[in-house]
Design a binder for this molecule. Sequence first.
Ligand code: ADP
Length: 265
Amino acid sequence: RFYECKAIPVSYGEKIHCLLILRDITMERNLELMRREFVSNVSHELRTPLTSIHGYAETLLEYDLSDEETVRKFLRIIEGESARMTRLINDLLDLEKLEAGDIQLVLEDVELSEVGEYVIKIVSPLAEELGVSIYEDMERGVFVEGDFDRLVQLTLNLVDNAVKYTSVKEHGPKEVWIRVYTANNYAVLEVEDTGIGIPEEARKHIFERFYRVDKARSRKMGGTGLGLAIVKLIAEKHGGTVSLDSEFGNGTTFKVRLPLKKVIE
Ligand code: ADP
């Protein structure tokens, strides 16, 4: 714990006493440390793509522009890195708004399998390109009270990760399963993959902002390190939770539990 100590002289007749005031400042100090760490993380995360954009642009300016293949390669890197910066800023703004309560959920009865179908459509081209098969086993008629767009964002983050971190596995099947079912008055949305898995010591940090098991790999795949923090916040905003099971080297399963609104048989 941290304390701030102030000494105030107090006179009692002839004698001068000293009044010591101790104040517990642990919470302020921790908040200040968290704020500093956050600013330093954000600066670092923005500086990395900027340095690369600057470097490639500078090289291009001095380069023999008739070598079209190399010029295109450099331009693709610049394009990819600037897209990652935009994603990073959008994710940061989203997190901030969700945390501050500035984003009002637009609540309606949402059928979870519809969310799953929507996400599969978005992710399929990437999965195909990376050689990952997506399978589904989604019960129909499972409804929650939620914000469709935010639930898509949550599911997309999980499925996108599952595809990415499965594609880089060297051996074995490359599969992602999306499931929807009910259990104990909860609607469950599950994303399972046969990917690289998450080491045990990393699991307790995995939902923290900017935490990655392998920073370089995440950046190379266009990651911002904010996806799972957003997943957790969206689940909590819906009165739900998110948990994970993982076997390092053998795959990961994320489970989102949301209060069940109704089941239509
Ligand atoms: P990122 O943009 O780096 O993917 P996330 O917040 O989405 O950020 O995820 C944090 C980290 O968790 C990732 O960098 C990766 O190390 C790990 N991770 C997330 N999902 C998976 C998964 N399905 N399989 C293996 N590792 C994962």
